[in-house]
Design a protein around this ligand. Structure first.
Ligand code: NAD
Length: 254
C-alpha cells in the first residue's frame, strides 16, 4: 500500500517535469510529502513548481537539458547544494520523432533521439548512482516504453532508444543490487499527453484507431502511469529491481 505520506521528506528528481507524465508524477510525489526537483528544458516547469508550492507542498524547478553533460552536472550540483542528497530519481525526459521505415531514417533524427532518450538517461543515472552510493541507497525509475519491449514500425529509432533504456535499467539494477539502489523501468503504451496529441494532430479517426489498438479499448491517462512510478519507488516494491513494468492496457499480453 502507498500511504498518503509515503514520500515524506524524500528528495525526488523528476526529469521532463514541465508537462505530461513527468508533471503529473512530480505533482503526485509532492502531494505525498516529497521535496521535488523538477528538471526540464521547457521553462513551463517553473510554473508547475510554483503551482505545487501554492498548494503548500515543496518543489523547485531547475532548467536542464538532459542530453548535455554540463547541464546535467549543473543540475546535480544544484541538488547537492540545496538538499545534500537524492533519494529517488524518475528519468522521464524523452522525445519521439517519426523516422519512417528503417531505410528512410536520417542521421540527424537518429542523433537527436539517441541524445535525449539514451544519453540523457545514462548521464542522469551516472550522477544519481554516484550520489546514492554515498548515502547507502535510493531508487531510480526510467521511462522506457512498450517500444522498448517490441517493434514500433516507422519509429525504429525511438524503439531502439527505448530498448537501450531497458538495457541501462537492467544492467544498473544488477550492478547496484547489493548497494541498496533499486532500478526499474516503466513501459507505457500510448498515454494521453502532448506527445500523443502532437502525433495525432487533431485526427479523430486516428485517435479512435489508436485507442482500439489497446485491448482495453482506449489510451492511458497520466494518472495511470503515476501509480506505477510511485509503486516502484515505494517501500512496497522493496524486493523489485531490474523490472520493466508495462503500463499498457494489455498491449504486450497479446
Ligand atoms: P511530453 O512531451 O508531454 O513531455 C516530455 C517532457 O520532456 C517535456 O516537458 C519536454 O520539454 C521534456 N524534454 C524533452 N527533451 C528534453 C531534454 N533534452 N531535457 C530535459 N527535458 C526534456 O511527453 P510525455 O508523453 O509525458 O513523455 C514522457 C516520457 O514518456 C518520454 O520519455 C516518452 O518517450 C515516454 N512515453 C510516452 C508515451 C506516450 O504515449 N505519451 C508512451 C510511452 C513512453
Amino acid at each position: 500500500m502507498i500511504n498518503q505520506n509515503s514520500f515524506s521528506d524524500k528528495i525526488v528528481l523528476v526529469t521532463g517535469a514541465a508537462a505530461g507524465i513527468g508533471e503529473a508524477t512530480a505533482r503526485a510525489f509532492a502531494a505525498q510529502g516529497a521535496k521535488v526537483v523538477l528538471a526540464d528544458i521547457d521553462k513551463n516547469g517553473e510554473l508547475v513548481a510554483q503551482d505545487i508550492c501554492a498548494q503548500d507542498n515543496l518543489a523547485v524547478f531547475h532548467t536542464c537539458d538532459v542530453s548535455d553533460t554540463k547541464s546535467v552536472k549543473a543540475l546535480f550540483a544544484f541538488i547537492q547544494d540545496s538538499f545534500g542528497h537524492l533519494d529517488i530519481a524518475f528519468n522521464n525526459a524523452g522525445i519521439d520523432i517519426e523516422s519512417g521505415k528503417l531505410a528512410e531514417g536520417s542521421e540527424d533524427v537518429f542523433d537527436k533521439i539517441m541524445d535525449v532518450n539514451v544519453k540523457g538517461v545514462w548521464l542522469c543515472m551516472q550522477q544519481e548512482i554516484r550520489s546514492m552510493l554515498k548515502t547507502g541507497g535510493g531508487c531510480i525509475v526510467n521511462t522506457a516504453s512498450v517500444a522498448g519491449l517490441g517493434a514500433a514500425p516507422k519509429m525504429s529509432i525511438y524503439a531502439a532508444s527505448k530498448h537501450a533504456v531497458v538495457g541501462l535499467t537492467k544492467s544498473a539494477a544488477i550492478e547496484y543490487a547489493k548497494k541498496g539502489i533499486r532500478v526499474n523501468a516503466i513501459c507505457p503504451a500510448v498515454i494521453d499527453t502532448n506527445m500523443y496529441r502532437r502525433a495525432l494532430a487533431g485526427d479523430e479517426k486516428k485517435a479512435h484507431a489508436i485507442g482500439t489498438m489497446h485491448p482495453v479499448g482506449r489510451v492511458g491517462t497520466v494518472e495511470e502511469v503515476v501509480g506505477a512510478v510511485l509503486y516502484l519507488c515505494s517501500d512496497s516494491a522493496g524486493f523489485t529491481t531490474g523490472t520493466t513494468l508495462p503500463v499498457d492496457g494489455g498491449s504486450t499480453a497479446i
